[in-house]
Structure formats: C-alpha cells, structure tokens
Design a protein. Sequence first.
Length: 75
Amino acid sequence: MAADKTTKKAAKPAVEVKTLADLQKDLAAKQQDLLAARQGHRAGELVNPRTITLTRKEIARLKTAIRAEELKGDK
C-alpha cells in the first residue's frame, strides 16, 4: 500500500498593481543593473553570470507590462 502523501502547492504571489510611472522607474533601474552586471562579467567580478539572463527576462516582463498599460490607456 502506498503511503498517503499530501502535497502542498505554493501559493501564487500577489500581483502588485503599479502605475505606468512606477513600471518605467523599475525598468530604468533594471537596465542599470544589467549594465553593471555585464561590466562585472567582462571584468571577471561577477560571481553568478545567470543574473544577466534573469535581469534580461525581468526587463522583458516590465516592457510587456508597460506596453499593456499603454494599450489599456488608449481605449
């Protein structure tokens, strides 16, 4: 007989509602982070090069959210 295993699903994080200005500020900050990470990688100072990929994905998500807000505002 198999033992009963209860699996708990991780709760989804709450979605933050941000204004267009907040999204643009976050985008500028992430772009600066990406620039610093790239410079650190070139200099050999970056401990985890995966941060570059993660930062690029976060920038893409922010750009998508900004575009969605712009389109929502047009209607």
